[in-house]
Design a protein around this ligand. Structure first.
Ligand SMILES: *Cc1c(COP(=O)(O)O)cnc(C)c1O
Length: 380
């Protein structure tokens, strides 16, 4: 069993992907070729955002967003400590200061009720993360930002495709950033990312920053980076987009299988009713995680921990706050465990994973009514 089965995903879209790759090899425009603009148009339409700018990675999307907002040394950005390190890293790289606000124990996303007390005259932006694939509490966060004239950047690296009150993740705030890292819900076969905005000035700035701050050939209007996503990776995402909505539905199917056996028995990450989840990770909360992980490993089931150490306790960031600054994040970091997830995980394997987890937790395994329909191969 694979934690995320990228090979099965490739096999399902092989013809489309190979055709797209070959087209790029034939036309030879490897940098900013026609697939780049085509993908940007498709993704803008998908999210409903006015602008999509593809960039070299999810990290680059976050960095370029902060640069486009004109973040300066000493500025503060409020964010969550419970994320991949890139979220805080880009803030520090620009000489600004990440201000860590604790998370909601139900969803593991930043707790909006704790944000306002951390706003100072130096605060410039709020950067929530839509963790595990579920959008953060964007309306509450946007309302705080509006009151204090702050920008909101959604780190949607894990949530591309999810919806919040009917709108797509990445189009929920000033800027939305996503990643096409291979194991993300919409992945390419290398590095890639994109940022989304409805603000024309921010979009224009981000386009220039992506190519070394160049407004015309060899005219560098601002300081930028080498931050393009290459044409081949854009072509791969275009091919994978064809099945993306179906894949999202399959991820939900796997989550439903897990929930059928685990709900009421194991602590799950909560799902808010007004939003959907693309399950970049399917995460449960357990005690004695190391033992549980070892027992699952012995049963042939791979697991992962996202993330074992919250950012406010990481050696390079610990000086920014006190060790007890975010107790909920610290507690969740010690207990979260991600299970195998992906659109191609068979129903039967999901059931095996859930049963093995219950056994490892010494919880009685309920009898399952096997629905022959559910065991049949799922068609697109
Ligand atoms: C993956 C991820 C990133 C970084 O994306 P890359 O494409 O790997 O640079 C940033 N934030 C979060 C929450 C992520 O999961």
């Amino acid at each position: 069993m694979e934690f995320i089965d990228l090979k099965a995903q490739y096999r399902a879209s092989r013809e489309l992907i190979n055709t797209r790759i070959n087209a790029v090899l034939e036309h030879g425009q490897y940098i900013l070729g026609p697939e780049v603009a085509e993908l940007e148009a498709r993704l803008a339409a998908f999210t409903g955002a006015r602008h999509c700018i593809t960039v070299a990675s999810g990290t680059e999307a976050l960095l370029i967003s902060l640069m486009a907002l004109g973040l300066r040394p000493g500025d503060e950005v409020i964010t969550t400590p419970f994320s991949f390190i890139a979220t805080a890293e880009v803030i520090v790289l620009l000489g600004a200061v990440p201000v860590f606000v604790d998370i909601d124990p139900a969803t593991c996303n930043i707790a909006p009720g704790l944000i306002e007390e951390r706003i100072t005259p130096r605060t410039r932006a709020i950067m929530p993360v839509s963790l595990y694939g579920q959008p953060a509490d964007m309306e509450e966060i946007n309302a705080i930002a509006t009151r204090h004239k702050l920008a909101v950047i959604e780190d949607a690296a894990q949530s591309f495709g999810a919806t919040y009150r009917g709108r797509r993740s990445c189009n929920l705030s000033t800027i939305g950033c996503t990643s096409f890292f291979p194991s993300k819900p919409l992945g390419c076969y290398g590095d890639g990312g994109a940022l989304f905005t409805n603000d024309d000035a921010i979009a224009a700035a981000a386009r220039e920053i992506r190519v070394h701050g160049q407004s015309r050939r060899y005219v560098h209007t601002r300081v930028g980076v080498g931050g393009r996503m290459d044409t081949l990776q854009c072509a791969i995402v275009l091919a994978k987009l064809e099945r993306f909505e179906w894949e999202i539905a399959q991820r939900q199917r796997v989550a439903d299988s897990y929930e059928a056996l685990l709900s009421g028995r194991v602590q799950l990450v909560g799902q808010a009713r007004d939003r959907t989840n693309v399950f970049a990770q399917y995460t449960v909360v357990v005690e004695e995680r190391e033992r549980v992980q070892a027992e699952l490993h012995a049963a042939g089931i791979p697991t992962a921990v996202h993330y074992p150490v919250p950012m406010h306790l990481q050696p390079a960031y610990a000086h920014l706050s006190t060790a007890d600054a975010c107790p909920v994040a610290s507690s969740m970091a010690a207990r979260v465990l991600s299970l195998p997830m992906g659109p191609y995980l068979p129903e039967e394997e999901a059931r095996q994973v859930a049963q093995a987890l219950l056994r490892a937790l010494r919880i009685p395994v309920p009898a399952v009514d096997v629905d022959p329909e559910a065991l049949a191969p799922t068609a697109v």
